[in-house]
Design a protein around this ligand. Structure first.
Ligand code: M1P
Length: 231
């Protein structure tokens, strides 16, 4: 059976929160010819368009967004799973916003996406410098991990994982990136940069550790490119 290649986008095919490097994009578009290739992201489709471009998204078999809660084939929605975050959860997140010791609130702290909620103390409207500062703060105090633990202890039917640099991703139990496996026929090679426990590629990575499946944990897109060149 033909191998399926599944790639996380942010930090795996692109630099964090930035567009794909043009040289790597050309390489990737040539490399994927004749292969089954899928993309998966915690972000929405519009963000993926900004990061890798419509040409890449339409050249792959499918793109799964918002942790696999919506799927696009050549720009057309194939399925979507809607979910409304409970009011008690939103109240808890608002409390986190009041109590976090990080001093900046830049705006857009709760982002409701298809099938999930993204939450950030510094806020999605932050500058690059504020994003970096929050990330440094969180590396020290592990605030996001603590939030995830509290959320999951309080709401047993909800899952929360550390997102990228500043946020956490929250969804109904099981509605994480691993859900896309059932939509793909045959073995999977998965590439992701956040495959550790508590990170947002972990749920899918832990299901693909046995042959013929394989997980490639990468440091950045350069790492991904080197692996693809030597496959
Ligand atoms: O794709 C990884 C993550 O990218 C963003 O994370 P952050 O803003 O924290 O760097 C978010 O879109 C997040 O949902 C996503 O998982």
């Amino acid at each position: 059976m033909q191998m399926n290649y599944v790639f996380d986008i942010d930090g795996t095919l692109t630099p964090a929160r930035s567009p794909i490097e043009p040289e790597f994009k050309n390489f990737f578009l040539k490399w994927r010819k004749g292969k089954n290739v899928y993309l998966i992201s915690g972000s929405d489709y519009e963000k993926s368009v900004e990061q890798v471009g419509k040409d890449v998204l339409e050249a792959v078999n499918a793109c799964f967004n918002t942790a696999g809660n919506i799927c696009y084939k050549k720009g057309t929605v194939i399925y979507r799973n809607d979910w409304n975050a409970p009011t008690d959860l939103v109240t808890m997140l608002e409390d986190f916003l009041k109590t976090s010791k990080f001093p900046i609130r830049a705006g857009r702290h709760l982002e409701h996406r298809i099938g999930m909620l993204n939450f950030s103390i510094v806020g999605r409207d932050c500058t690059r410098k504020q994003r970096k500062d929050y990330n440094m703060f969180d590396l020290k105090v592990k605030e996001r991990k603590k939030f995830c633990k509290i959320i999951m202890e309080t709401f047993p039917d909800i899952e929360a994982t550390v997102g990228g640099q500043i946020s956490i991703d929250i969804y109904a139990l099981g509605m994480n990136k691993a859900q896309i496996i059932k939509h793909i026929n045959g073995p999977i090679y998965f590439f992701g940069d956040k495959t550790k426990k508590g990170e947002n590629d972990y749920a899918i990575a832990r299901k693909l550790t046995s042959p013929p499946n394989k997980v490639f944990t990468v440091k950045n897109w350069q790492d991904t490119q080197n692996i693809l060149k030597n496959l």
